[in-house]
Design a protein around this ligand. Structure first.
Ligand code: MG
Length: 273
């Protein structure tokens, strides 16, 4: 190959290489030079509209979507809670190692609720689950649950052709808010929760300043729209707040059914600027 041809090849390949490096996780964002400083100040900030000096968003490499046959990949900044390997991110209620079974890379609901060792406050949570073959009815069919801070349940239930009380349906904030729609897939199919949760806040006297809030997508459909928890959830009770720490574990419920889980990850959320 002639020297000129090699040089031309390098010129063609080089920009692609630079672009790939620029989008890798942990790489500082490229410096921006475009914008204006003769524009109004955005209320509540010190920044001009289109301010060239406003900090660039952190670079996060997105993951990939799951299919029925295989789980997708989490985004680059996710805390991986279960990826088919082991249960090292989880414990039981007493702090001992979690003992749910793992089969073919799937986590199987077994004896006792399990809890993440890591605690979360503001969080984006991704959980995939599969309800067992239909057996029983109403709350006895494919019942499990995803608990934020170990206290606020987003219900897991086989709600495919299985009526139950509305506030206990798949997608419900249990006992408080029914889902906006029933988008249950048949048992045996993988289903997906994407949850954004904000914890409650209390003042120095323990008085509630702001409640816990959840936005929930189930199988890609919005089922809870920035909805308020009335307090921790429970069976046949109203929710009541009492002061609690700012973070807590994510937990999965054992309800004597054999729900399977896969591809569980979380992103700790920073407050918006
Ligand atoms: Mg439940």
């Amino acid at each position: 190959m002639k020297i000129q041809s090699i040089a031309l090849l390098l010129i063609v390949l080089l920009p692609a290489t630079v672009r790939a490096e620029d989008s890798s996780p942990g790489t500082p964002p490229m410096k921006n030079t475009d914008g204006f400083t003769n524009t109004p100040i955005v209320p509540g900030t010190t920044w001009h509209v289109h301010d060239p000096n406003r900090p660039q968003p952190e670079i996060v490499t997105p993951g990939s979507f799951s299919t029925q046959d295989s789980p997708g990949k989490p985004p680059s900044d996710a805390v991986v809670l279960f990826n088919g390997g082991d249960l090292s991110a989880w414990r039981d209620a007493k702090g001992a190692p979690a003992h749910w079974k793992i089969e073919n890379g799937e986590l199987i609901e077994s004896k006792g609720d399990i809890f993440t060792k890591q605690e979360f406050g503001d969080v984006q949570l991704h959980v995939e689950f599969q309800c067992p073959p239909p057996k029983g009815h109403s709350q006895e069919r494919g019942n499990s649950g995803v608990f934020l801070m170990g206290k606020y349940e987003v219900q897991v239930l086989d709600s495919y052709q299985n009526p139950t009380y509305a506030d206990g349906t798949l997608g419900a904030m249990y006992g408080q808010h029914p889902p906006l729609a029933n988008v249950a897939r048949p048992p045996g199919q993988w289903q997906v929760y994407d949850i954004v949760f904000h914890p409650p806040h209390f003042d120095e006297n323990g008085k509630l300043k702001s409640p816990a809030i959840a936005t929930v997508f189930l199988n890609g459909v919005l089922v809870q729209d920035h909805q308020t928890f009335d307090g921790p959830t429970g069976w046949k009770i109203l929710g009541h707040y009492s002061p609690q720490p700012p973070t807590g574990p994510i937990s999965l419920q054992d309800h004597n059914n054999v729900t399977r889980f896969r591809n569980i990850w979380a992103r700790q959320l920073k407050a918006a600027e």
